[in-house]
Design a protein around this ligand. Structure first.
Ligand code: SF4
Length: 102
């Protein structure tokens, strides 16, 4: 039942995306997402979000977009934020084996 509810919510949110402010920015959006994904620092990732976040700030469906990103497990930029597997992704996480212990 819970999976069905998430599916319905995601479908409803997806219908709204046709009204998004980014609908004609496919090429730019892909470039912005690639830049965001390649950024090695949090400062770099925040800088990469500046242009798409400006577009999202004028978008009438930001809440629906954020819901869809979460529900669909999206990786990329949505609703002015970076997402990885449906979760906010502002800081590149180190693999536990890469953490220093000293
Ligand atoms: S909130 Fe941003 S990513 Fe989502 S539909 Fe609007 S412009 Fe596009």
């Amino acid at each position: 039942m819970r999976g069905f509810s998430r599916e319905v919510l995601a479908r409803d949110a997806a219908w709204s995306l046709a009204d998004g402010a980014c609908k004609d920015l496919t090429i730019e959006w892909s470039r912005w997402e690639n830049t965001f994904a390649a950024a090695l620092t949090q400062a770099g990732r925040l800088a990469a979000l500046a242009a798409p976040a400006a577009v999202c700030s004028a978008c009438p469906i930001t809440a629906e977009c954020a819901d869809l990103a979460e529900l669909s497990g999206y990786t990329g930029i949505a609703a002015g934020e970076g997402y990885r597997n449906g979760r906010l992704d502002l800081a590149r996480q180190r693999h536990p084996r890469q953490r220093r212990t000293a």
